[in-house]
Design a protein around this ligand. Structure first.
Ligand code: Q46
Ligand code: ZN
Ligand code: ZN
Length: 315
C-alpha cells in the first residue's frame, strides 16, 4: 500500500476513507482534519482560551498535542480520581499527563478528588450508594462538576474533551436503542454554554479510535495503555464491539451512522423535545445550573457522603 500524497510506503491504511498515508503525511492529515472540524462545527477561535480535559490516555493527550500544533491556546486539566485497582491507574495516568505537559512546556491544572472532597472516587461511590456497585456514575458526575468549575473559575471559554468517533457512536447507539430524545438532542460536537456552564466541544469526534491510536504512536506520545479497570464489562464497551462488527463488514458504517445523525439533528428531528434545558436553577451551594431548585446532584452526593461519615465518626 502506498501513500496517496507521496507514493512512499504507507503507514496507515484507512479503508473507510479509501485513503492510505505515510507517517509524515498522516501526521499532517490529522491536524488538518481537526482544524476542518473545529471550523465546520464552530467550536472555538484562535482568540479563545481552551481547557483540555486530560486523562493520560491516547485521545486526550493527542487532542492537546494537535491543538498546540495548530497554534491554539490550550491548557490541560487532570482530575485525580484515586483509582488504583492494583495497577496504580490514577498514579500512572497522572505521571503521563505531567510528563507530557513538562515536555511541551504547557500548563496543567490538577484537581485531586480525595484532597478536595475527602475521599477517592471508589469510596465516594460506595458511601453514596449511587450506581449499582460501580463507581462510574459518581465518577462521571464528579468529572463533569469539576471540569465546569475549573473552566468557570479560571475563565476558560471552552472545555475540550478527547471523545472519538467510537465513543460517540457507542453513546448514540445506546441513546437510539432507547430513543432517549433529550440525550439525542444534546449529543453533538458542540454543547453551547448555558448559565454557569462552559461550552463543551469534541474536536476528535470524527476520528476512528484506531486513527487516534495511530496518531499517538506515530507522534511518540507516551500514554496509558490500560483502560480504567472499572470500564470492563460496561455497556459502552459492548456497544463498541457490536459497532466494530458492523464496521468490519461495512467499512465506514460507524461514521455514516454518526454523521447522518448529526444531519438529522441539524434539520430539527429532535427539536420538539427541547424543553429540559429551559428550567435551570443555580445550585444553592456551588452555583452550577441544576434542573430542580436547591442543591445540584453533585452537591447532594457530597452532602450525603458527609452525613454518613459524621454518623460513623460519632458512633
Ligand atoms: S467513569 Fe468509570 Fe470511566 Fe470513571 S470509574 Fe473509570 S470507567 S474513569 S470513563
Ligand atoms: Zn506520504
Ligand atoms: Zn452544586
Amino acid at each position: 500500500m502506498k501513500c496517496r500524497k507521496c507514493g512512499e510506503k504507507a503507514s496507515v491504511n484507512m479503508r473507510q476513507h479509501k485513503l492510505a498515508l505515510c507517517k509524515e503525511h498522516y501526521l499532517e492529515w490529522v491536524p488538518e482534519q481537526t482544524e476542518r472540524f473545529i471550523e465546520k462545527y464552530e467550536m472555538f477561535s484562535h482568540d479563545e482560551k481552551i481547557l483540555v480535559a486530560v486523562s493520560g490516555g491516547k485521545d486526550s493527550l493527542s487532542l492537546w498535542d494537535i491543538l498546540i500544533r495548530l497554534g491554539y491556546q490550550a491548557d490541560g486539566l487532570y482530575i485525580g480520581l484515586g483509582i488504583d485497582a492494583g495497577i496504580n491507574y490514577s498514579g500512572e495516568s497522572h505521571r503521563l499527563a505531567d510528563e507530557f505537559a513538562n515536555e511541551h512546556n504547557l500548563k496543567l491544572h490538577v484537581v485531586d478528588i480525595e484532597k478536595e472532597y475527602g475521599q477517592p472516587i471508589p469510596v465516594l461511590s460506595e458511601i453514596s450508594r449511587r450506581g449499582h456497585g460501580k463507581p462510574c456514575a459518581v465518577c462521571g458526575l464528579t468529572k463533569r462538576h469539576v471540569m465546569n468549575r475549573i473552566a468557570r473559575d479560571l475563565g476558560y471559554d471552552v472545555l475540550a474533551t478527547g471523545h472519538n468517533l467510537d465513543d460517540e457512536a457507542a453513546v448514540l447507539f445506546g441513546n437510539t436503542l432507547s430513543w432517549s430524545g433529550d440525550y439525542l438532542l444534546r449529543q453533538g460536537p458542540v454543547l453551547p454554554s448555558a448559565d454557569g456552564l462552559a461550552r463543551k466541544v469534541k474536536p476528535l469526534c470524527r476520528f476512528y479510535e484506531r486513527e487516534m491510536t495511530a496518531y499517538a504512536l506515530l507522534r511518540g506520545i507516551e500514554y496509558i495503555y490500560e483502560e480504567c479497570p472499572f470500564a470492563e464489562g460496561s455497556t459502552s464497551i459492548y456497544y463498541k464491539e457490536i459497532l466494530n462488527q458492523l464496521e468490519n463488514d461495512r467499512p465506514g458504517a460507524k461514521l455514516t451512522f454518526y454523521l447522518r445523525f448529526l444531519e438529522a439533528r441539524q434539520s430539527g428531528l429532535f427539536a420538539e423535545r427541547n424543553d429540559s434545558t429551559l428550567h435551570l436553577h443555580p445550585c444553592t451551594n456551588c452555583g452550577q445550573p441544576t434542573s430542580a431548585p436547591g442543591l445540584c446532584s453533585f452537591c447532594r452526593m457530597i452532602e450525603k457522603v458527609a452525613d454518613k461519615e459524621s454518623i460513623v465518626s460519632n458512633l
